[in-house]
Design a protein around this ligand. Structure first.
Ligand SMILES: [Zn+2]
Length: 234
């Protein structure tokens, strides 16, 4: 067995698309593989109009229904399991909702989540599971029957302020920072792991291919499932 790596709390796991590869999601640059190469143009803020919303949902529906079937990976479960021994926060760029499904209780989803929809009239948040699709191909709010939109951040939209504030706070007090499966190239999210925002003395970079962005990281080179199995509370 490979050598164990001890981590101290509070620990922040900063996760990107590489986290969910073994769940079946491809790692495209962007928010958790949301914007695939086959899109003619990525969905953006201007798609949230009465005229364009049915078209947006046409493009999202397959991904959304595929996401409902995805199961958390061993890496997601390993992170959730640390909550029994350490103070843990998860800051994720992914929209697949798998950290919550794995049991992590403190998750900041910087790019929102495909696991939920938000209604246009009152802002009600509802789970995708069991959602009712209207005749125009747009899911209807279970509470008020208004049209809904995906609860993800589209290009041209700002990140959710609550998630951003909570993430910044968690970063500022972390003793250990573990970046998993991210190339840390998508801003502003990537700025959260800069040493000025997160001064954690232990900085672990879990990635099979992409090198750490600077010399103050320890590179655990390999797939997330394998590398996270080596971490132990200590
Ligand atoms: Zn509603």
């Amino acid at each position: 067995m490979s050598e164990a790596v001890a981590i101290a709390g509070p620990v922040v796991f900063f996760t990107g698309a590489g986290m969910s590869v073994s769940a079946g999601l491809p790692t495209y640059r962007g928010a958790g593989g949301l914007y695939t190469n086959s899109d003619l143009e990525p969905p953006h803020a201007g798609d949230i109009t009465i005229e364009r919303l049915p078209g947006l949902w046409q493009r999202f529906r397959g991904r959304l229904e595929a996401g409902v079937e995805l199961e958390p990976t061993p890496a997601h479960r390993a992170i959730a399991a640390f909550e029994s021994s350490l103070e843990v926060a998860v800051v994720t760029q992914n929209v697949d909702g798998l950290h919550r499904r794995a049991g992590s209780s403190r998750v900041m989803e910087l790019h929102g989540t495909l696991a939920e929809v938000r209604c246009l009239d009152a802002g009600h948040i509802s789970p995708v599971r069991g959602i009712q699709w209207g005749p125009d191909g747009v899911p209807l709010c279970p509470e008020c029957k208004a049209w809904t939109r995906p609860a993800v951040v589209l290009f041209g939209e700002t990140l959710p302020p609550d998630a951003w504030r909570d993430a910044t706070r968690a970063m500022s007090t972390a003793r250990t920072l573990v970046a998993v499966g991210t190339s840390a190239e998508v801003y502003p999210a990537a700025g959260l792991i800069a040493s000025g925002v997160c001064p954690a003395e232990t900085r672990l970079w879990v990635n099979p291919e992409t090198e750490p962005p600077s010399g103050d990281w320890t590179w655990l080179q390999g797939p997330a499932d394998d590398m996270l199995a080596r971490l132990v509370a200590g």
